[in-house]
Ligand binder design. Structure first.
Ligand code: BGC
Length: 425
């Protein structure tokens, strides 16, 4: 049977400024990538030149059949020095929004997607109590200038990401120590990098609080208070814009005896933050895989389980699991703001999309108000510390010419969006 999605459903793909635009020179990541001894596999450089090629990229999305586009506005471009707003950058993003309008794509704008201006980090970054007001001031400027073109805004991308990062670091450390003991060579390299890091931001290395890192309790509050402060100013300067936040959510599953561990993980990654979302208009779910808990805690995927380039279990059904969990605890409209797979085999992406969407369709049939699906990502892009080595894109990029190469999965998602693909047959 053909599975129909609601007529007004948002079908899109997502990008983030730093990962695609190129030359984001006033951002903390640019600085960190280019330090001597950097822990980044490679610097982002000109990325995939989306800053200049946004128009042809948006046109391509529309041609494929998509009706929406999620992208982020770069704080470091808008406010490269504290309190000094760059009109050219604001005008650039107005042009991007106008291109969306011209090609009939509904924009979902993210105001913070991991990167921050260098000055913010030097002023205490994501542990400073002043950051919520600083963030709100930037949001107010953007929304005053551009709000009329922005129907949906996500304040902060994956506000809870530090929790997942801390877990992954702990698991890796435990594995490494068990296998090879402590590697003094890599420790020395890290030491050099941290010294350079502190120097670059004019701080003690331990005071450098970029967004992607371990977070104290206070730091977590700073992030969610920044969301609330942003929501308040957005409501006052652009009342017609729908406001939400996005969170990184695993599909948390329990084997018999693992229920308590699973419940604790859910508390930590999601439930503890519920009070901050009560006044939001929608909630952005970002999901890539599942985590399974047994009586002794987290159980890694089986050796022979299919893994993605990120080392995650290939498990598209996780999306529906995460959506159902969210709705059980928060009865708000949901937009899937990210879901996808890092793979060099595009047929696996096609299957991933079909299976993830079959689950999502069932969620809607069961009465969960899912309003849209943004596939991560439109383009193969800069995957943070891992550089350009991971391919999440519907469209590949030859970075020597910046030519776009459409993969079958892009056409496939476009057909589903147009209502032509026979999902579930
Ligand atoms: C982030 C993206 C990232 C993707 C794949 C999400 O955590 O929002 O920036 O590229 O996952 O790892």
């Amino acid at each position: 049977m053909t599975k129909q999605f609601p007529l007004e459903f948002l079908w899109g793909s997502a990008t983030a400024a730093h990962q695609v635009e190129g030359n984001n020179i006033h951002s903390d990541f640019w600085l960190m990538e280019n330090l001597e001894g950097s822990i980044f596999q490679e610097p982002s450089k000109e990325a995939v030149d989306h800053y200049n090629r946004y128009r042809e990229d948006i046109e391509l999305m529309a041609k494929l059949g998509l009706n929406s586009y999620r992208f982020s506005i770069e704080w470091a471009r808008i406010e490269p020095e504290e309190g000094q707003f760059n009109q050219k950058a604001i005008d650039h993003y107005r042009d991007v929004l106008l291109a969306c309008r011209e090609f009939n794509l509904i924009p979902l704008v993210t105001l913070h997607h991991f990167t921050s201006p260098v000055w913010l980090i030097s002023a205490g970054g994501w542990e400073s109590e002043e950051t919520p007001q600083r963030f709100a001031r930037y949001c107010e400027k953007v929304m005053t200038e551009l709000g009329e073109y922005i129907p949906y805004v996500c304040t902060i991308n994956e506000a809870n990401i530090s929790i997942g990062i801390t877990k992954i670091i702990k698991r890796h450390q435990a594995q490494e120590t068990a296998q090879v003991g402590i590697n003094t060579d890599s420790m020395a390299k890290m030491q050099t990098y941290y010294m350079a890091l502190g120097k670059a931001f004019g701080l003690h290395p331990q005071q450098v609080h970029s967004f992607l890192g371990a977070r104290t309790e206070k730091g977590l509050q700073v992030i969610f208070q920044a969301h609330e402060a942003a929501r308040q100013v957005i409501r006052s300067v652009s009342p017609q814009t729908q406001v939400g936040i996005t969170m990184s959510l695993y599909d948390i599953q329990a084997l018999p005896g693992g229920e308590e561990h699973a419940q604790r993980a859910l508390e930590e990654e999601f439930l503890q933050f519920l009070p901050y979302f009560q006044e939001d208009d929608f909630f952005g779910v970002q999901n890539y895989t599942r985590y399974i808990y047994g009586p002794d805690g987290y159980i890694p995927p089986a050796e022979d389980a299919e893994k993605t380039q990120m080392g995650n279990e290939y498990y598209p059904e996780a999306l529906a699991g995460a959506v159902r969990t969210v709705y059980k605890h928060l009865q708000k409209p949901i937009i899937v703001t990210e879901n996808g797979v890092a793979t060099s085999d595009d047929q696996r992406r096609v299957e991933f999309i079909d299976r993830a969407l079959a689950g999502l369709h069932q969620c809607i049939a069961d009465g969960i108000p899912v309003k849209g699906y943004m596939h991560w990502s439109f383009l193969d892009n800069f995957e943070w510390q891992l550089g350009y080595s991971r391919t999440f894109g519907l469209v590949a990029v030859d970075r020597s010419t910046q030519a776009r190469l459409i993969k079958p999965s892009a056409a496939h998602l476009g057909e589903i969006a147009k209502g032509n693909a026979l999902l579930g047959q």
